[in-house]
Ligand binder design. Structure first.
Ligand SMILES: Cc1ncc(COP(=O)(O)O)c(C=O)c1O
Length: 398
């Protein structure tokens, strides 16, 4: 039995099989935008660990920062001050909007914190003001609050009763949103500017601006779930910037620390008192190592050329995909912004993910038939083109 077969056997024997059939590969090393499996085969990464490893696998500033921090101290407790934590919060505030940050350990926890804050805010107005509107085919996480917020019914099935007080409104439907607000008792709306797990569905600008205006007019908090879209993925540091609005709350994770499990909920200053002493917290949240990673990420993503590069690479991908689409009827639509891109197929996407993997390209499939292209944001043009060559070949083969 080779190494991989042994890992697969132990996986089946000792782990919950909640991830279904994992793809038959173990990546043991990364370099720039490449991954290497346990047999030494090289792959181009078009997934970034699902929009996490945005800086690629060998950013020296990032790894040096972490090595140094590990040698110094990794964790104390949130009972004590932590200069990395305040610096990381300042970075988020300086580059999104002036506000307060609470660090957690994942995207789902960031959304839990936002949900708790929204409920506290609502109940400061009226004890029945607790409804949170979210959207059809949205994904906000797997814990009870975040799962209950998730519009995709499949995620909630079998776990009932879910947390009451969430309503799912058709995405990109202004009238439906207005109707839901009219029913009353709404404290917040939570939205992904681009639905990631829902199939790279982009919110229309007029839709978001309408939702924002109605929210403002009715004292409803606007929560932008930027867990998948944030940290430069869409070509701006945060996707809300495409829409000329400033949310009341944003939630972050994934690329926030380039692979360390860190999440954050960032909210406008005026919401500070709704999460006062004793209302929320977590042991690991924002520890020295986690927030050293966040600071290192911000050092890099705020370099002037960082977003420019994403913009240039995005154009390379979209131009090429549009070209490929002309000769491949299997491709229904190409969607996305920046390097957050989905290729909707007329058929199931999973066979193409497997073919790509065999050919040395890592992609994944979301919402059944949408191939997701999310390379590290630092990917160079040559590598991008090599990956797109493989992509073209496998979709052309059908
Ligand atoms: C938009 C969005 N929100 C929340 C989550 C949950 O984040 P996590 O898996 O870190 O808990 C995800 C994960 O894919 C996501 O894409």
């Amino acid at each position: 039995m080779n190494n991989l077969e042994n890992v697969m056997k132990l996986d089946r024997e000792y782990l919950f099989q909640n991830y279904g059939n994992r793809l038959p590969v173990e990546f043991v090393r990364g370099e720039d935008s490449f991954l290497f499996d346990s047999a030494g085969k090289k792959y181009i990464d078009f997934l970034s660990g699902i929009s996490v490893v945005n800086l690629g696998y060998s950013n020296k500033h990032y790894t040096n920062t972490l090595h140094k921090q590990i040698d110094q101290i990794m964790h104390t407790s949130n009972w004590f001050f932590n200069s990395n934590q305040v610096q990381a919060a300042k970075q988020i505030s300086d580059h999104s909007f002036k506000g307060r940050t609470l660090f957690v350990n994942s995207g789902t926890e960031a959304n839990e914190a936002a949900i708790k804050l929204a409920r506290k805010y609502g109940q400061s107005i009226d004890e029945d003001c607790y409804t949170i509107l979210t959207f059809s085919s949205s994904f906000h996480g797997r814990t009870f609050g975040a799962m209950s917020a998730t519009g995709n019914e499949k995620i909630r099935t079998g776990f009932g009763p879910v947390v009451p007080g969430f309503e799912y409104v058709p995405f990109n439907d202004k009238e439906a949103f207005e109707e839901a607000v009219k029913r009353g008792k709404v404290c917040a709306v939570m939205v992904e500017m681009i639905q990631g797990e829902g199939g790279i569905k982009v919110a229309g600008k007029d839709f978001i601006q309408h939702v924002y205006k109605i929210a403002k007019d009715n004292g409803i908090l606007f929560i932008a779930d930027e867990i998948q879209t944030g940290i430069g993925r869409t070509g701006k540091l945060f996707a809300f910037e495409h829409y000329d609005i400033i949310p009341d709350i944003i939630t972050l994770a994934k690329g926030l620390a380039n692979g360390l499990p860190v999440g954050a909920m960032h909210a406008k200053e005026e919401l500070l008192n709704h999460l006062g002493a004793g209302t929320h917290g977590t042991t690991f949240g924002g520890n020295q190592l986690a927030t050293a990673a966040v600071c290192a990420v911000f050092d890099i993503i705020t370099e002037p050329s960082f977003l420019e590069h994403i913009h240039d690479m995005s154009k390379v991908v979209f131009d090429r995909l549009e070209n490929i689409k002309k000769g491949v009827p299997l491709i229904k639509e190409i969607r996305g912004k920046g390097l957050h891109i989905g290729v909707e197929l007329e058929s199931d996407g999973m066979p193409f993910v497997k073919k790509a993997l065999d050919a040395g390209l890592v992609i994944n499939c979301t919402a059944q038939n949408v191939l997701r292209i999310m390379p590290p944001l630092i990917i160079d043009e040559n590598t991008l083109i090599q990956g797109l060559d493989i992509f073209e070949k496998i979709v052309k083969q059908g």
